[in-house]
Ligand binder design. Structure first.
Ligand code: SF4
Ligand code: SF4
Length: 121
């Protein structure tokens, strides 16, 4: 298994999640602007999930059906030494709150999606 960063991170990119990753397996991508996890490096420790302010990270087995397309976007081929991120650097301008993320999901899917089971909020 691995852990998957989903659309909830796109254009938000808080980076709180990188703080406790024991193997530094987060990487920044630009289109959309967000972080992804290298599935070849993640050791499934679950430390990052409760750190994300918008509950964007799911264990692969818990990724909502509506976000399944995000699983292959967490692609080892997109992860290099140049885009690895190991320190929290703050969110993007205009980053959304969890309430705004859930409102967007309600508009797009008809209901807000389930949070990962170990989410903190
Ligand atoms: S904390 Fe959440 S929103 Fe921020 S970069 Fe990590 S997964 Fe994305
Ligand atoms: S589950 Fe653990 S190893 Fe995997 S990305 Fe999260 S903090 Fe890193």
């Amino acid at each position: 298994m691995t852990y998957i960063v989903t659309e909830r991170c796109a254009s938000n990119r808080y980076t709180d999640c990188v703080a406790d990753c024991p193997v530094d397996c987060f990487y920044e991508i630009q289109d959309p602007h967000m972080l992804i996890i290298n599935p070849d490096e993640c050791i499934d420790c679950d430390a990052c999930v409760p750190l994300c302010p918008v509950n964007a990270i799911y264990p692969e087995a818990e990724v909502p059906e509506e976000y399944e397309e995000w699983t292959p976007k967490n692609d080892a081929a997109a992860c290099t030494d140049d885009n690895r991120i190991t320190e929290t650097v703050g969110s993007l301008d205009g980053a959304h709150s969890i309430e705004e993320v859930k409102q967007k999901e309600e508009e797009k899917f008809g209901n807000p999606l389930a949070d990962p089971s170990s989410a903190a909020n």
